[in-house]
Design a protein around this ligand. Structure first.
Ligand code: PMP
Length: 374
C-alpha cells in the first residue's frame, strides 16, 4: 500500500457541548408571508428611514473613534421610554443596560450570574435560546413544567415549589412567554423574587413581547423598586419594529448593571447602533404605532382559530400557538408551499404563527383551510 499523498486534515476539536452542535436559527426563506420569527411586519416610513440614515451618517463621520463604552445617552433615553410605556418612574441610566439584542443581554446575565457549578431554571415550553446561553456559560439548565395546554399557566405555587426543588442561582420567567403567548400575573413574579431573596439568586423576567400585553396586565417593571434581585429584559426587536438594528436592554438595581458591565466586551455596542436606536426612540410614536392594530389582529386570529376547532393558547404577544388537526410538520410544509412560513415549536402537534399585516393574516387563514382541513 502506498502512503497517502496528502496529510490528513487535522481539524481542532471543539469542547463538549459545542462539538456537533448546530447554530440556532429559524429558516430564513424568501416567502410572501414570513410569520415565523415574531417580527413586526411594518417597517419604518420613508421619512423615518431617512432620519435613521442621517443619524447613521453622522455616526459614520466619527467611526475612527471607539463608541461611548458606557452607552449613557441611549440608556437615559431607554429609561424615559419605559416610564412612558409602563407608568413606572423613569429608571436612572445606571439602572438600565443595553446590548446587541436581548439575546446578548441574557448571555451577559448568565456570564455574570451563572457559571460552573451554578444552575438556571426555566419553565417549559420556553424560548429555545435559554439552554444555549446556559451551555455557552457552563451553567446548568434545569426545567420545570408550565401548566397543561391550552392555557400553559404558571402559578405562584408552581414557581415556588420548583425553586425549592431545584435551588437555582437564576430563574428565568418570560412574560408574555414564547412560544405560548402567556402573560404572568405579578403574584407569580413576586413569589419567585421572594423565594430567591434569601438565597442570593437572580430573577430574570424576559419581557421581549411586553408591549403587546393586554390592557390591565402590569409589567414586572413595577416590582423593581421592592425587589433588588429582579431584572426585567426588553427588546426593540418586536413591538418597536427594529429587529434589524439589534438592540435589547435590561432594567435592574444599579449593582446588577455594574456586575454585567464586568463581563461585557469593551465597546460592544457600535456607534452606529447607538445612534440608530436613539433616533428610533425619538420616533417611538411611529414605530409603536401598529401595536394596537397587531393586538386587534391577534385577538381576531385567535378567535378564528378557535372557531375552526383548534386548541389555542391565549396570547398576550404578537403570535399564537395553536394545535393542528393533521401532523404539524405536514401542515407546516403545506403552508410553506402556499408561501406562508410559520414555526414548528412548542409541544408536538402545535404550530406558532406570528401576527402579520391583515393581508398576511388573511393569507394564513386561507392557506390553513387547505393545509389543515378540519
Ligand atoms: N426573548 C424572547 C422570549 C424571544 O422570543 C426573543 C426573540 N425571538 C428574544 C428574547 C431575543 O430577541 P432579540 O435578541 O432580538 O432582542
Amino acid at each position: 500500500t502506498s502512503a497517502p499523498t496528502t496529510a490528513p486534515v487535522a481539524l481542532p476539536v471543539p469542547r463538549d457541548g459545542i462539538v456537533g452542535a448546530a447554530p440556532y436559527g429559524a429558516p430564513q426563506l424568501q416567502v410572501e408571508h414570513a410569520l415565523n420569527v415574531n417580527e413586526n411586519p411594518y417597517g419604518p416610513s420613508a421619512e423615518l428611514a431617512a432620519a435613521i440614515g442621517s443619524a447613521a451618517a453622522e455616526a459614520a463621520a466619527g467611526l475612527n473613534r471607539y463608541p461611548d463604552r458606557e452607552v449613557l445617552a441611549l440608556r437615559a433615553d431607554l429609561g424615559d421610554y419605559l416610564a412612558a410605556e409602563s407608568g413606572v418612574p423613569a429608571p436612572a441610566p445606571e439602572a438600565v443596560w443595553a446590548a446587541n439584542g436581548s439575546n446578548e443581554v441574557m448571555h451577559q446575565l448568565l456570564l455574570a450570574y451563572g457559571g460552573p457549578g451554578r444552575t438556571a431554571l426555566g419553565f417549559a415550553p420556553h424560548y429555545s435560546m435559554y439552554p444555549e446561553y446556559a451551555r455557552d456559560t457552563y451553567t446548568g439548565w434545569e426545567i420545570a413544567a408550565r401548566g397543561p395546554a391550552p392555557e400553559f399557566t404558571l402559578t405562584a405555587q408552581a414557581v415556588t415549589e420548583a425553586i425549592a426543588a431545584h435551588r437555582p442561582n437564576i430563574v428565568v420567567l418570560t412574560s408574555p412567554n414564547n412560544p405560548t403567548g402567556t402573560a404572568l400575573t405579578l403574584d407569580v413574579v413576586e413569589a419567585a423574587a421572594s423565594a430567591l431573596a434569601g438565597t442570593g439568586g437572580l430573577l430574570v423576567v424576559d419581557e421581549a413581547y411586553g408591549e403587546f400585553r393586554r390592557d390591565g396586565v402590569p409589567s414586572a417593571l413595577t416590582l423593581l423598586e421592592t425587589h433588588p434581585n429582579l431584572v426585567v429584559t426588553r427588546t426593540m426587536s418586536k413591538a418597536f419594529a427594529l429587529a434589524g438594528a439589534r438592540l435589547g436592554y435590561l432594567v435592574a438595581h444599579p449593582a446588577i448593571v455594574d456586575t454585567v458591565r464586568v463581563v461585557r466586551l469593551p465597546y460592544h455596542l457600535s456607534a452606529v447602533t447607538q445612534a440608530v436606536a436613539r433616533t428610533a426612540l425619538a420616533h417611538r410614536e411611529e414605530l409603536l404605532g401598529k401595536v394596537a392594530l397587531l393586538r386587534t389582529e391577534r385577538d381576531a386570529l385567535a378567535e378564528h382559530l378557535a372557531g375552526r376547532g383548534h386548541a389555542v393558547a391565549p396570547s398576550d404577544a404578537n403570535f399564537i400557538l395553536f394545535r393542528t388537526f393533521a401532523d404539524r410538520d405536514a401542515v407546516f410544509e403545506d403552508l410553506l408551499e402556499r408561501s406562508v412560513l410559520v414555526r414548528a415549536v412548542g409541544p408536538d402537534g402545535w404550530l406558532r404563527v406570528s401576527v402579520g399585516t391583515p393581508e398576511n393574516n388573511a393569507a394564513f387563514r386561507s392557506a390553513l383551510e387547505e393545509a389543515d382541513p378540519r
